[in-house]
Structure formats: C-alpha cells, structure tokens
Design a protein around this ligand. Structure first.
Ligand code: NAD
Length: 391
C-alpha cells in the first residue's frame, strides 16, 4: 500500500499532514510513502528531509494516481475530488458535518473518506489520534500571543523606575481545549485571567490554571453529549449576551473559542458589548467564520479596528500560523490512526468498531456515517438539516 502526503491546496494553509519523523512510522505500519514535492516547505520541512526519512518525492499528479491512501490536513478541492478513483482512501479533517456535500461527492467516486474531526474524544485510547485537541492546543496558545502582541500595554504587573504597569485583564469565553491553553499562556505572560463556559465541569479546570471562573447569575448551563456544549435556546442566548456584556467591558483582552459541533459558532459578544469596551482593548475571535463567529463584526482572517478603538482579530486558522508545531502534532495523530486501522500493511474498515464508526464517513460508494447521512437526507427533503456555513 502506498500512502501519499499532499501539498495543501489553499495558499494560506501552511501545515502538512505528515512530517519527516512520521514517515518512519508509516513505513513501520507497512506503507510505502509518497510525498508531493514541496508538501512541507511552508512548515520549513524540506523535500530532502522527507527523502532522508525514506519517502519518495513525486508530483501532485503522480501522487493522486498512485497513492492508495491520501493524507491531507484540510478538505480537497472539487478538482482534486474529480481525480480520485474507486478504492482510494482519503484521510484528513474533512468537516463532514459542515460540508456533507463533499462526503456525497467522495462516496460517488467510490472513495473511502476518513475524517479525524469525527474522532470519538471521550475514549482514553483515542487521545493520540485526537486532531481537534492537538490543533486546538496550538490555536489556544497562539491566541494569547496574538492578543499580547496586538495589545498596547504589558500583560504582567511590572514595577520599574519609570512607574508601575498594572497587569492586563484577560477574559476567555469557552474553556475547552483551546480556551484552557489560552488561559495557561496568558497566565504565564502574567495577565490576570478569567474564564467562562456553559459547561459547569470546566470550572475546576479553569481554577486549576490559577484563573477565576466567571459564573453568570443567568446560570446558563448547557452540557451536551460527549462532553460538548449544546446549542442555547434564543432566550438563554439573549440572557447570556446581556450579562456577559457587563463583564466584557471590564476586561482589556477578550479571547473567544466557543463552538458547538456541527452548528455555526454561538454569538457571545454583541455590537453593544464591543461599543462598551475601552479604546485599546483587543478581541481575538477563534470562532470567526464566513457566517459570523463569537464576536459581532469579526471577519475570518482579518483584523479590524472599530470606531471606538477596539481591535477585533478574526483568528480562524491559528494552527496554520504555527505550522511546524501543528504539523508535528497532526502527523502523530495521523500515524496513530493508521496504526490503529492497518493490518498486514492494508487498511481494514470495520464499521462495528466504535472508533471507526465515528471517523469513517464514506465506504464502498455509500455515505456510511449516520450523522452525515441524516444531514444529506434532510437536504434532499428541502431542509438544510444544520445551521452551517455555506461553503
Ligand atoms: P469545542 O471546540 O467544541 O468548544 C469550545 C468550548 O466552547 C467548549 O468548552 C464549549 O463548552 C464552549 N461553548 C460552547 N457554546 C458556548 C456558549 N454559548 N457559551 C460559552 N461557551 C460555550 O470544545 P473542545 O475544546 O473541543 O472540548 C469539548 C469537550 O471535550 C471538553 O469537555 C473537553 O474537555 C472534552 N475533551 C475530552 C477529551 C477526552 O476525554 N479525552 C479530549 C478532548 C476534549
């Protein structure tokens, strides 16, 4: 079996699915490894390092023609999908719940699509394969650094001959993997940090990092399935936004990470809340998406400064801005998954396995993932099935 590591198509995507260190792991699992020329160069991982690790450097056309298993970070373009053939496997973060049309197209071409972002995450044995967590860790760390860089004052308390600088007050909304890493990083920089989440269980994690947990009197508690949050009702959302606004205006830096799987990111910070912030405050919205993010007015990939002097950063792909760390971690996730799903050098698909039932999206010409199949069925009946970006 040949595994092929692609050069990501999007020019702004700097990660690569497998790093040179990962080539040996794939070879031990029985794969011959092909790497598309220049695949790692945006993460400072040159072709020579891949060749030294035992990979064969090939063109994109050769890779898509020859590879049995294609390894990618993000979704393939429509043009690439057209070149795939029956029996090939595609492994990446394919976001099938936000783009079920891609799953349908891959099924139609007879491709076995495996999506790391559907990994069941509460099982201890899936931790080495958990790409959402590995990338969220990178993103949360970088979010705190981006905020500190953009902020016009110090994060720590500084006492110098020229006077005392009071520490920055940082508020992190959404304290899952990314939020906790942002809290830890902001704390290491010396800021006074507060964290907020709708999952009550996150309180102890926030406090264990030396931050304060913000509890709303509105008492919105929304723990959903599998450790995730559920979507709030319209009334709950309104109460949350209203009460959060008062807290937001008392902070210098705001980092938002809130997500609900398969839904558009919840709006936590309204235009009025932004208007009430002090000039010079910085907002990093990790939920920024084409249909809006956690913060009113944020735009993915853009930094805007509002009329009242608030910098809003639409940080939609922070892992790509730390491409070597993010690729190293993702590469380990991919090789762990391949080790798990490979037997005698061949990919073994077993949908009765709890982990495979989560990650295998299409197989044998069918969309086999229940959630994605349900979405496609809802679309055929005329509904959208999910409140998702239009991409
Ligand atoms: P996520 O990216 O889906 O969401 C980020 C955070 O936003 C979550 O903490 C969520 O509760 C919060 N959120 C959603 N809606 C919100 C709202 N309206 N207001 C405020 N906050 C809101 O989450 P994640 O980082 O992927 O983590 C999800 C859960 O999975 C966490 O409980 C995490 O600890 C857990 N997890 C467990 C394991 C494991 O057991 N091995 C591994 C990874 C993650």
């Amino acid at each position: 079996m040949k595994a092929g590591v692609v050069k990501e198509a999007a020019p702004e995507e700097r990660r690569v699915a497998v790093v040179p260190d990962g080539v040996g792991k794939l070879r031990s699992a029985g794969f011959e490894v092909l790497v598309e020329r220049g695949a790692g160069e945006r993460a400072w991982l040159g072709d020579a390092a891949y060749a030294d690790a035992g990979a064969t450097i090939v063109s994109g056309a050769e890779l898509y023609a020859d590879a049995d298993v294609i390894l990618t970070v993000t979704r393939p373009t429509a043009d690439v999908v057209e070149t795939l053939r029956t029996g090939q496997a595609l492994i990446g973060m394919l976001a099938p719940l936000t783009d079920p049309g891609l799953a349908a197209a891959l099924a139609a071409r007879g491709v076995t699509a495996i999506s790391l972002d559907r990994m069941p995450r509460t099982l201890t044995r899936t931790q080495p394969m958990d790409a959402l967590s590995s990338q969220a860790n990178v993103a949360g760390y970088k979010a705190a650094l981006v905020a500190a860089t953009e902020f016009g004052r110090f994060f720590p308390l500084l006492i110098t001959a020229a006077g005392t600088a009071r520490p920055a007050k940082v508020l992190v909304l959404g304290t899952g993997v990314a939020g906790l890493q942002a809290i830890g990083t902001a704390r290491r920089l010396g800021a006074v940090v507060t964290g907020y989440d709708v999952r009550p269980a996150s309180r102890t994690e926030v406090e264990s990092l030396g931050a304060t947990f913000l509890e709303l009197t509105a008492g919105v508690s929304a723990a959903g399935e599998g450790g995730y949050a559920r979507e709030l009702t319209a009334e709950e959302r309104q109460a949350q936004q209203d009460e959060l606004a008062g807290h937001i205006s008392r902070h210098d830096v705001l980092i938002t990470t809130a997500q609900v799987p398969g839904r558009r990111p919840p709006l936590l910070v309204t235009e009025d809340a932004i208007k009430a912030m002090t000039a010079g405050s910085v907002v990093v919205d990790m939920g920024a998406s084409p249909l809006g993010g956690n913060v009113a007015g944020s735009r993915p990939g853009e930094t805007i400064v509002t009329g009242n002097g608030i910098t809003i950063i639409g940080a939609d792909n922070l892992p790509s801005s730390m491409p070597t760390a993010a690729s190293n971690a993702y590469s380990r996730n991919i090789s762990s998954l391949l080790e798990y799903m490979t037997s005698d050098g061949a990919l073994t698909i077993d949908l009765s396995d709890e982990i495979q039932a989560g990650v295998v999206i299409t197989h044998d010409g069918q969309v086999v993932h229940r959630g994605v199949a349900d979405l496609l069925a809802a679309e055929q009946k005329g509904g959208t099935g999910v409140d998702r970006p239009a991409d």
